[in-house]
Design a protein around this ligand. Structure first.
Ligand code: PLP
Length: 466
């Protein structure tokens, strides 16, 4: 994220220090030139930088600031917990907030998803889920059932294992992954479906691709399928109607563990605590979550596992003390993070935030789609309070300037008081769940102007013709 205007000397000094910080997805050849916007405080939906500029937090942090900034109740709950008990080791001891949160999550999760493994974020939640699947099959005496099925455009995290099951090709350049352990299916992106194919026929093709893969590779070699209900950073890809449930049916028929990565979609972004059952009508075997779990106030994740899997394990391992799921973190079930999560869930329920999302989301989606009249906008897609605007050329093909275009729009929008999340040629929005209808109108108006200004810049540079 680059600062749109010259920084004050105080900000420039911070930016200089910041160059020592290797940020996620940093570019080695640019680290000495980075001049990031430095935010130093925030309230509600608005972030303030060190030069006194305010911007609306369009991406809601990183899909996480679901209740907005400066929520005193959460800050107080965390401070109180830090004073009372800042830490207790998850190895062998318990503490009230994590015990209560585990029971709360088991109660909120669908079906028999009753065992909660706490982690430090989304990557570690998915990593733990994947390691649990390997553990499960090893204990059950089928070590050859190991392959993981994922999709192009998926994002599941930044550990070796979760990066290996992520399907964003650009993220893999110059990095090694465990490619022999993963099978990638097609991205369920209706916008990029083959020409002349209806959305429902596209859905049939995707499900058939999975069935065919299982038949060819063998169900006895495929351990799990991991999927975000809506592919988030892969471009807010909303799969065709019926897809998620039908893919789950293939898993069920073939004894393949379904891991629903709800790191983004849980805790309200689609208007429900969890999306897999409430929105898409199926109960996965494992749900992973993070981000909205603490509304972004503390790092915490969880893998919520089906009781049925534990029953199967118990049947096989009996009383054998040597069967240990040797996976975990110093900060698993951190009391301060769990206190933030308990307060977040209390507020979501008490203030009917999920009902509010269900009421405001249609306006958010409809207003954003009005941007389709702009020449730079090829697609607007999303569901709930997550959306992406895709910039394309006039033939709806990728633009030559793809890599820069999202950042160009973000830079223009920041000048207009709106932060968006640029991803290649996309602008992604996932505002706090507490946005009102008027906030939505305001966001879309600023985004429209930002895209228009980016277009004018592209015309001036001769990249496109007006
Ligand atoms: C769907 C999904 N899964 C997993 C992750 C990884 O979560 P974290 O960055 O907390 O490790 C992300 C992060 O954006 C995500 O969007």
């Amino acid at each position: 994220m680059h600062k749109p205007k010259a920084a004050s000397s105080a900000t420039a000094a911070l930016q200089e220090k910041d160059r020592r910080w290797l940020h996620p997805w940093d570019r080695p050849n640019l680290i000495d030139d980075n001049a990031r916007t430095v935010f130093h405080q925030a309230d509600g939906h608005v972030l303030s930088d060190t030069d006194g500029h305010d911007v609306i937090d369009g991406p809601g942090g990183m899909w996480c600031m679901n209740l907005g900034h400066g929520v005193e109740e959460i800050a107080d709950a965390m401070a109180e917990q830090a004073r009372r008990l800042a830490y207790s080791s998850p190895w062998g001891t318990a503490n009230p907030p994590s015990a209560i949160l585990a029971e709360t999550l088991a109660g909120l999760a669908p079906g028999d998803l009753d065992r909660v493994f706490f982690t430090t974020g989304g990557s570690t939640a998915n990593d733990s889920a994947l390691r649990f699947v390997a553990f499960y099959n090893n204990v059950l005496g089928r070590p050859e059932k190991k392959l993981i099925v994922s999709r192009q455009n998926a994002y599941h995290g930044s550990t070796l294992l979760t990066a290996s099951v992520s399907g964003k090709e650009r993220d893999k350049s110059h990095l090694d992954t465990l490619s022999d352990q993963v099978i990638f299916l097609s991205s369920p992106n209706p916008y990029r479906r083959p020409k002349g194919v209806s959305e429902s026929a596209f859905c049939d093709m995707l499900v058939e691709e999975f069935r065919h893969t299982v038949a060819t590779v063998g169900a006895d070699r495929i351990a799990a399928y991991i999927a975000e209900p809506v592919l988030a950073s892969g471009g807010v890809i909303v799969p065709p109607e019926g897809y998620n449930r039908r893919m789950w049916e293939v898993c069920r028929a073939n004894d393949i563990i379904y891991i629903s990565d709800e790191v983004v979609t849980a805790f309200g972004r689609l208007g429900h605590m969890f999306a897999s059952h409430a929105v898409y009508g199926f109960v996965p075997d494992i749900i992973t979550c993070a981000k909205g779990l603490t509304a972004g106030y503390a790092p915490l994740g969880a893998a919520i596992v089906s009781e049925r899997l534990f029953a199967n394990l118990r049947q096989v391992c009996g009383d054998d003390p040597g069967v240990i799921f040797a996976n975990g973190y110093t900060y698993s079930g951190h009391p301060v993070a769990c206190a933030a999560a308990l307060k977040t869930i209390e507020i979501l329920q008490r203030d009917d935030v999920l009902g509010h999302v269900r009421r405001v989301a249609p306006r958010f989606q409809a207003r954003l789609r009005t941007l389709l009249d702009l020449p730079l906008v090829g697609d607007v897609r999303g569901t709930g309070l997550m959306a992406a605007v895709e910039a394309t050329d006039e033939k709806h093909a990728p633009l030559e300037k793809d890599r820069e275009i999202g950042e160009m729009i973000d830079t223009q929008c920041q000048k207009l008081g709106l932060l968006v999340r640029p991803i290649v040629n996309l602008c992604v929005l996932s505002p706090p769940l507490t946005v009102t209808g008027d906030d939505v109108d305001d966001i879309v108006q600023r985004l429209r102007r930002g895209i228009e200004l980016a277009w004018e810049e592209l015309v001036d540079r001769g990249v496109v013709t007006a």
